[in-house]
Ligand binder design. Structure first.
Ligand SMILES: C[S@@+](CC[C@H](N)C(=O)[O-])C[C@H]1O[C@@H](n2cnc3c(N)ncnc32)[C@H](O)[C@@H]1O
Length: 269
């Protein structure tokens, strides 16, 4: 008996970052992140992530949900003392891309793995970071427990996540905009992860916890990919299609504005 063929439908939002390899087109997520990482506000997030993790004498760092390893390649340059940066990611596609983009550097290692069941021993990293990852995890508390477990006492853990209800879009149709943002938010694994990070860190026993907000101004194309994924605009309800066309017209006139609120939280074990 032949096994049934599973037909994967088109990716229908960035909410599917929780299962990249199970989608019809895992490489779509690589392109998406490459585009997102080019946004100027991502520079600010990267810079603040480094600043909140100071001092710069880290020897071993864990980058949880490392994607294609962009940040790790940058980190080895920033941390002169570092002897090892390990990137883990649930997606084999991401890990294989991370390896192919990284030239031989004995300080960098990528591993495929689930953040809620890390294979590392206790207290081995000087610090751990997770950028835009916990919001996609199916069990944030388990993942945070693991991050805390593998970091040494006095080590720092820094996380940046968006808050999916904090997607701000300037559009004259307020009601439909609210509906579109709500529908988008409801597709995320953890739509309120951003706003919950501060209390979550405290609940997990971290100390010296601080929080700051950093919003990311979006381009029209990125907003479209975030909300519609690979969906054809002609396949969505007419009212929404017109909503997108109005937004595209603003884009043409140079008055498009959308921004995504996120929070950077750091705590000490
Ligand atoms: C939005 S991307 C961010 C990637 C990278 N941190 C960056 O900023 O470029 C989210 C990443 O988290 C990974 N991910 C999702 N759930 C995970 C889990 N439970 N454990 C490890 N990685 C996970 C995804 O495969 C994806 O590569």
């Amino acid at each position: 008996m032949t096994s049934p063929v599973m037909i994967k439908s088109a990716i229908d939002s960035v909410g599917e970052f929780s299962s990249v390899d199970m989608t019809n087109d895992p490489r779509w997520f690589i392109d998406f992140m490459d585009n997102a990482n080019c946004l100027p506000d991502h520079e600010i997030i990267n810079q603040r992530l480094v600043e909140v993790m100071a001092p710069l004498d880290y020897k071993r760092i864990l980058e949880f949900g490392c994607g294609t390893g962009n940040d790790i390649r940058h980190l080895v340059e920033i941390y002169p003392e570092v002897s090892e940066i390990v990137g883990i990611d649930l997606s084999e596609t991401m890990i294989s891309e991370a390896n192919s983009r990284t030239s031989n550097d004995s300080r960098i290692r990528f591993e495929q793995g689930d953040g809620k069941q890390l294979t590392f021993g206790d207290n081995i990293f000087d610090g751990a970071r997770a950028k835009l990852v916990l919001m996609h995890c199916d069990d944030i508390d388990a993942a945070l427990d693991e991050l805390i477990r593998v970091v040494k006492t006095n080590g720092k853990i820094a996380v940046y996540d968006h808050d999916f209800d904090g997607l701000i879009i300037d559009h004259p149709n307020k009601n439909l905009t609210r509906k579109i943002v709500n529908d988008f938010s409801d597709k995320a694994k953890n739509s309120w992860s951003g706003r919950q990070l501060f209390s979550r860190f405290l609940r997990h026993g971290l100390i010296n916890v601080t929080v700051e907000s950093i919003s990311v101004n979006l381009t029209f194309d990125l907003l479209r990919f975030m909300i519609l994924g690979q969906k054809d605009i002609n396949d969505i309800p007419l009212e929404e299609k017109l909503w997108w066309e109005e937004l595209a017209a603003f884009q043409k006139k140079g008055c498009f504005f959308a921004s995504f609120i996120g929070f950077l939280v750091v705590g000490t074990k």
